[in-house]
Design a protein around this ligand. Structure first.
Ligand SMILES: Cc1cc2nc3c(=O)[nH]c(=O)nc-3n(C[C@H](O)[C@H](O)[C@H](O)COP(=O)(O)OP(=O)(O)OC[C@H]3O[C@@H](n4cnc5c(N)ncnc54)[C@H](O)[C@@H]3O)c2cc1C
Length: 418
């Protein structure tokens, strides 16, 4: 009898996992079922460009089932809960899926209602988020008619998807208002709960310097307790306030709500604790986790999800074959950071290695930690790779799952310790 793999979530991680497993096994060996609540697969990195009119929501959304190889079953239904004792997934339509292996790939959800005032007066009028297609589309209209004033970009709290995206928004906003000839009338402020522009010290200093050069004020260690859209104020728990005419907010993130209804599966934020290297969940040996749904120390990014895929699929194979798991995932992440004016930076890091200068993936590759047109082209081209290579589960030539050291100027463990 075929073994049953059920994959929860048909986004980046769920799709690439299903397609990689389908290539590995015949349908009579392993039955693969993907569950998602809707049929709109969003290329989320494209959301950054929507507010600036550089792309449109309909250009970054495709049907989910079309991204899945033949022989993969797609079930469209919200997930109600998982019973990890009985190895069963209960769907909201009342049906039950039994599994031998479960892969949780349900990502992160936005929970704006968790912040006082955020979805109250002014929401989608002068308070927006570009983290959803609807929000990004509404923000495009608001930016187009913004004639000047105080624009704040606020990350409410970590973790968030793609932690560099709010910084990219600031850089693109600076460029956008310069192009429109009204930059001198716009006061741009970046408000973050972190003690610098970013989490990693080297990049934080670099990006903080760039904000400064572009005239974007930086407010750090600001823990937003309230967004007062009526009066145009961010209010921190310590009483500090930042006034605004237009606010772009990255709401709190959590794991999918069904995790809370699934005893033993998740943590208090509904993320699923997992082994950082094998991606096996800590809740049950036959449950694996990929992408934003995982509580691991890696960034919540599509690149991480992609790199995790190789280890996860290998470990599902090993689990089904009663072999020991491989601790193959090293936390590898890389991000293009759009800086405006047709340029971008690239950073590459993992659990242990800070982003370093040099080139990626080897000495003749893309420049690291340095603005270049080549990186900007790389960021634009990535959408093609996403649909045609990453989701189908093909390897991208020259790009391995673990962090490369070849092109980096200072990547040896010995030099890191100095
Ligand atoms: C604005 C923005 C910019 C970004 N830019 C970049 C970038 O430049 N580079 C980068 O690497 N990453 C970027 N990312 C992050 C990247 O998109 C995510 O990290 C990646 O998509 C995570 O994949 P995933 O499979 O974990 O989750 P997702 O792709 O979000 O998939 C989760 C799926 O689970 C489904 N689901 C959830 N709950 C349920 C339920 N109860 N029932 C049924 N289905 C459910 C959802 O419908 C969804 O399809 C960006 C994200 C945003 C928002």
């Amino acid at each position: 009898m075929a073994q049953r793999v059920v994959i929860l979530g048909g986004g980046t991680g769920g799709t690439l996992t299903a397609n990689r497993l389908r290539r590995m096994y015949r349908p009579d060996e392993v039955e693969i079922t993907v569950v998602d609540q809707d049929d709109r697969h969003v290329y989320q990195p494209g959301l950054l460009f929507v507010p600036f009119g550089l792309t449109h929501p309909e250009d970054i959304v495709r049907p989910r089932a079309r991204q899945l190889h033949d022989g993969i079953a797609f079930r469209q239904s919200p997930i109600d809960h998982v019973d990890i004792e009985a190895d069963e997934v209960h769907l909201s339509d009342g049906s039950v899926l039994s599994y031998d292996v479960l892969v949780v790939a349900t990502g992160a959800v936005l929970v704006p209602e968790e912040t006082e005032g955020l979805t109250g007066a002014g929401w989608m009028d002068k308070v927006f988020t570009f983290y959803s297609p609807e929000g990004a589309g509404a923000l495009e209209a608001a930016l187009a008619t913004f004639g000047g004033g105080r624009l704040v970009v606020n990350v409410i709290d970590m973790p968030i998807k793609c932690p560099v995206a709010p910084l990219e928004f600031c850089f693109l906003a600076d460029w956008y208002f310069r192009e429109r000839g009204i930059r001198d009338r716009v006061e741009l402020t970046y408000v973050t709960p972190l003690d610098g522009a970013f989490t990693k010290p080297v990049v934080s200093a670099h990006l903080g310097g760039m904000l400064n050069e572009k005239g974007v004020a930086l407010v750090t260690e600001f823990n937003t307790g309230e967004v007062d859209g009526a009066d145009g104020r961010l209010v921190a728990y310590d009483g500090r306030e930042v006034p605004f005419d237009l606010a772009v907010v990255i709401p709190l993130h959590g794991g999918a709500p069904f995790v809370a209804r699934s005893p033993g599966l998740g943590d208090e934020l509904n993320f699923v604790p997992s082994d950082e290297h094998t991606l096996q969940s800590k809740s049950a040996p036959n449950v694996f986790v990929i992408g934003d749904a995982a509580n691991v120390a890696a960034s919540k990014a599509g690149s991480v999800t992609h790199f995790e895929g190789e280890t996860l699929v290998e470990n599902v194979r090993r689990y089904l074959g009663n072999e020991p798991l491989e601790a193959g995932f090293d936390g590898h992440a890389n991000c293009f950071i759009e800086t405006g004016f047709h340029k971008a930076l690239l950073i590459d890091f993992n659990y242990e290695t800070e982003p370093l200068p040099g080139h990626y993936p080897n000495a003749v590759g893309l420049p690291l930690l340095k603005e270049s047109r080549l990186n900007h082209l790389g960021k634009l081209m990535f959408q093609w790779f996403y649909w045609h290579s990453l989701l189908p589960g093909r390897d991208i030539p020259g790009i391995g799952a673990t962090i490369p050291t070849a092109g980096k100027t200072d990547a040896t463990p010995a030099s890191r310790e100095e």
